[in-house]
Design a protein around this ligand. Structure first.
Ligand code: MOS
Length: 693
C-alpha cells in the first residue's frame, strides 16, 4: 500500500458522526422539523372491533376554541387508491379493528386537538368479531406466499415415514405471543401540501418506499411527493412500510390551505396503528437416529393476520436451511382476525421461527444424551438443504467453538437442576442464529466533487439509529481514497438517488456497495483529480455467481440463567453472542447492533407479550408500563463477538448485515438455559416466574 493512501476507514471504530447532535438534542427528528404555523392532528379511534360507523357527532368538539375542522369518512378527501385497507383511512364507514382511525381533529394546538377528539361522539353498528388465534379456527388458510416471496409450504423426501421409524422423536408445540415494535421515537408524520408538491417529514426506514406508496394512494406523480427523514429514532421494522399515519397526515394537509399538519402517534396509539409481530404456534417434530443425526424434520406454523390486510410472516424460512435431514416439511396457516394489521418486527420470520426449532434441538440433545453443540455439529449440512446451493460462507461451528471457549461452556452440568447457589437454580443454554443476506440491487448513489474539496455522497438511505450514517461515510471515504472528513454524506431525502429500505439487515451492505460502485464510476469519469462540480451517478453491478449460492449469516448464542427456587424469579446474568456476518464496517456501531438485538431477544425471552383480549379485540397492555421490555437492571453481562469473514459474494463490500441476527435464536438460548437451570421445559414465551412454579 502506498504511503499516500489514507489508512482504511472501514474497520475503524469511529464514534457516530451524528452522535453529538443526538446527545445535545439538536438532531431534527420528524416532529421537530421547523415548519411554519402548523396544524395539529389528533385521531379518534374506534371502540368496536368490527362494524360500521353510524354517526359521528362533532358539534361539541367543533365548538372548542382552536378547533379548525374534524375529518370523518364523510368529509375527508378521497384517495385515488383505497385497495390497501390498512392505509385507506376515512374512506368508508367500515371498522376493521378496534383502535382504527374513525375521525381526526385538526386544531391550533396539540392539547386542543386531543381535548376535542375526546369530545367527538361516535356511534357504531357492531358486528361479530374474532380476535383470538386458535388452532381449531375453521377460517385458518394457507396464504399464497410468505413475506419476501417465500413459498408457503415446503416438502422434501418422506417426512411421515422417516419420523415414524426414527429412534429418537421430539414432538412438541411452542408458542410466541404478539410483540410490539417500540422504537424510542414513536411514529410521526408532518405533512405539507402546497397545491403541487406534498412534503412529508416522516419517521421512516425508507423515504423512497414512503414516497412510492403515498404517490400511489393519493394519485400523485412521484415527483410531487418529497419525503425527508434525516434522523430516525428506531423502527425495528414498524417504519419499514408506511402505516396509516402517513396517509392520514397527507390527507389532512389537503384541507388546511397549505398549513403543515403534524400527526405524532402516541405510544398507546402505536399498538393499533403502526403494526406488531404476529403470535405464532409452532408444532415441531424432529426424528433422529440414536447418534442424533436428523432423519425427519417438520414445522407446522399457525399465526394470525388482520382480516383487512394479510401479512404472512416467513417463519419457516430458517427451519428449511438450518440443519441436514433428508426428509423435511413445513406448513404455514393464518387465522384472519378482526385486529390491527401485523407487519415486520426485527427479523420477521427468522426470529420467531428459530424459537421452537432451537428449543426442540435442545430437547433432542437431551434425548440423545449429547451436548447441544455436538448435536448441531452432527447435523451440519454440506450445502443448503432447501436449494442444494453451496453456502457462500457458513461458520456456524466456529461461532459455537469460540463462544463455548469464551463463555466457559465446559462448566455446564448437562443434567438439569444440578446447580444451586443461595436458593437460585443456575444453568446454561445455547442456540443457533441465522439470517439471510438480502442485498437490494435497485440502489443508486450520486457523488459530486465540491468547491471546498469535499465529496458529496448522496443516497436516499436511512439511519434509524443503527450507525449507518457513520458506516456509509467510512465506506465512501475508502472508496474515494480520502479521509472521512472529506465526505459529506446526504441520506434520508427523496431528492437523493433512490435507495432501498433500511430493512432485512440489507442497508449498509446494499447502500455501501452502491457507493463503492459510484466511486469507481466517478474515478473512471473524472480521474483522480476531479474538477469542482464533477458528478457521477451509478448503480452497483450484479454478481451473477451469487444467484447460485446460499448467502446467510450465522451465529451462536450462549446464556446463563438463574431461577429462584421459591419464587420463580428469572434473571439472565450473562449472555454472549458470536456472529459471522461478513465484513464488519464499524466495530463500535456493529457491537451496538448485536447487543441491541440480543437485548431485544432478552425482552422476547422474559418480558414481551402483547395481551390481546378476545372479548374486546384490543391489546390491553398498550404502553411501556404494562408491555415490558428489558431495562438496565435486566441487562447484565452481555457481550457480542464476531469472527473475521469477508464474503466476496456479498457485494463489493463483503458485508452481509448485522441488524437482525442478534435477536434470532437468543430467546431459545435463554429458554434452554432456563431448562438446564430448573429442569422445567417452557415452550411458551415469555418465560415468566409463574411458569417455573
Ligand atoms: Mo427489519 S424488521 O427488516 O426493518
Amino acid at each position: 500500500m502506498s504511503k499516500l493512501m489514507p489508512a482504511s476507514a472501514i474497520g475503524t471504530p469511529f464514534e457516530r458522526l451524528d452522535g453529538e447532535l443526538k446527545v445535545r438534542g439538536t438532531a431534527p427528528y420528524a416532529y421537530e422539523q421547523p415548519v411554519e404555523n402548523p396544524v395539529h392532528l389528533y385521531p379518534v379511534l374506534s371502540t368496536v372491533a368490527r362494524g360500521r360507523v353510524e354517526r359521528v357527532e362533532t358539534a361539541e368538539a367543533e365548538a372548542i376554541d382552536g378547533v379548525l375542522t374534524i375529518l370523518t369518512a364523510e368529509t375527508a378527501p378521497r384517495l385515488a387508491d383505497s385497495s390497501d385497507r390498512e392505509l385507506a383511512v376515512l374512506q368508508d364507514a367500515s371498522v376493521g379493528y378496534r383502535g382504527q382511525i374513525v375521525a381526526a381533529v385538526l386544531a391550533e394546538t396539540p392539547e386542543t386537538a386531543r381535548e376535542a377528539a375526546a369530545a367527538v361522539q361516535v356511534t357504531y353498528t357492531e358486528e361479530p368479531f374474532t380476535a383470538q388465534l386458535r388452532a381449531d379456527d375453521p377460517a385458518l388458510y394457507a396464504p399464497e406466499e410468505l413475506n419476501a416471496g417465500i413459498p408457503t409450504d415446503s416438502s422434501q423426501g418422506d417426512f411421515d415415514g422417516a419420523f415414524d421409524t426414527a429412534a429418537l422423536r421430539i414432538n412438541a408445540t411452542y408458542s410466541t405471543p404478539p410483540e410490539h415494535n417500540n422504537p424510542l421515537e414513536p411514529h410521526v408524520t408532518v405533512a405539507q401540501w402546497n397545491g403541487t408538491v406534498l412534503t412529508l417529514w416522516d419517521s421512516t426506514q425508507g423515504v423512497h418506499a414512503v414516497r412510492d406508496t403515498v404517490a400511489q394512494v393519493l394519485g400523485l406523480e412521484e415527483e410531487q411527493v418529497r419525503v425527508i427523514a434525516p434522523h430516525v429514532g428506531g423502527g425495528f421494522g414498524s417504519k419499514g412500510m408506511p402505516h396509516v399515519q402517513v396517509v392520514m397526515a397527507a390527507l389532512a394537509a389537503q384541507v388546511t390551505d397549505g398549513r403543515p399538519v403534524k400527526f405524532p402517534v402516541s405510544r398507546q396509539q402505536m399498538y393499533t396503528l403502526t403494526s406488531h409481530r404476529t403470535p405464532t404456534i409452532q408444532h415441531v417434530r424432529l426424528g433422529a437416529a440414536d447418534d442424533g443425526r436428523l432423519s425427519a424434520m417438520s414445522l407446522d406454523i399457525l399465526e394470525h393476520t388482520s382480516r383487512i390486510k394479510e401479512f404472512a410472516e416467513q417463519t419457516p424460512a430458517p427451519f428449511r436451511m438450518m440443519y441436514a435431514s433428508p426428509n423435511r416439511r413445513t406448513t404455514t396457516r393464518l387465522a384472519p382476525l378482526d385486529i390491527p394489521v401485523p407487519s415486520w418486527m426485527r427479523a420477521p420470520g427468522e426470529c420467531p421461527g428459530m424459537f421452537g426449532p432451537e428449543v426442540a434441538m435442545d430437547e433432542l440433545a437431551a434425548a440423545a444424551g449429547l451436548d447441544p453443540i455436538e448435536l448441531r455439529r452432527r447435523n451440519e449440512p454440506e450445502v443448503d438443504p432447501e436449494t442444494g446451493n453451496p453456502f457462500s460462507s457458513r461458520h456456524l461451528l466456529e461461532c459455537f467453538d469460540l463462544g463455548a471457549e469464551r463463555f466457559g461452556w465446559q462448566n455446564r452440568v448437562a443434567r438439569p437442576r444440578s446447580v444451586q447457589e443461595d436458593g437460585w437454580l443456575v444453568g446454561m443454554g445455547t442456540a443457533s442464529a441465522v439470517y439471510p443476506f438480502m442485498r437490494q440491487p435497485a440502489n443508486t448513489a450520486r457523488i459530486r466533487y465540491e468547491q471546498d474539496g469535499v465529496y458529496s455522497v448522496q443516497i436516499g438511505a436511512a439511519d434509524i439509529g443503527t450507525g449507518s450514517w457513520t458506516a456509509l461515510t467510512q465506506i465512501a471515504a475508502d472508496a474515494l481514497r480520502v479521509p472521512v472528513n472529506r465526505i459529506r454524506l446526504g441520506i434520508g431525502d427523496t431528492r437523493f438517488p433512490k435507495a432501498s429500505v433500511a430493512g432485512g439487515s440489507s442497508g449498509t451492505a446494499s447502500w455501501g456497495g452502491t457507493i463503492i460502485a459510484a466511486a469507481r464510476a466517478f474515478r473512471e469519469d473524472h480521474g483522480e483529480h476531479p474538477s469542482p462540480g464533477a458528478q457521477t451517478e451509478a448503480q452497483p453491478p450484479e454478481d451473477p455467481e451469487a444467484a447460485d449460492l446460499a448467502l446467510y449469516s450465522f451465529g451462536a448464542h450462549f446464556a446463563e440463567v438463574r431461577i429462584h427456587a421459591d419464587t420463580g424469579e428469572i434473571r439472565v446474568p450473562r449472555m454472549l453472542g458470536v456472529f459471522s456476518a461478513g465484513r464488519i464496517i464499524n466495530p463500535r456501531t456493529a457491537r451496538s447492533q448485536f447487543l441491541g438485538a440480543m437485548t431485544m431477544g432478552l425482552g422476547m425471552a422474559l418480558h414481551e407479550q402483547g395481551v390481546l383480549d378476545p372479548r374486546f379485540g384490543i391489546f390491553v397492555n398498550s404502553d411501556l408500563a404494562e408491555y415490558h421490555i428489558p431495562t438496565n437492571a435486566d441487562v447484565l453481562d452481555m457481550e457480542a463477538l464476531w469472527i473475521e469473514d469477508h464474503d466476496e459474494h456479498a457485494g463489493p463490500l463483503g458485508a452481509r448485515g448485522i441488524g437482525e441476527i442478534g435477536i434470532v435464536g437468543s430467546a431459545a438460548a435463554i429458554a434452554n438455559a432456563a431448562y438446564n437451570a430448573s429442569g422445567t421445559r417452557i415452550r411458551d414465551l415469555p418465560l415468566t416466574a409463574d411458569k417455573f412454579l
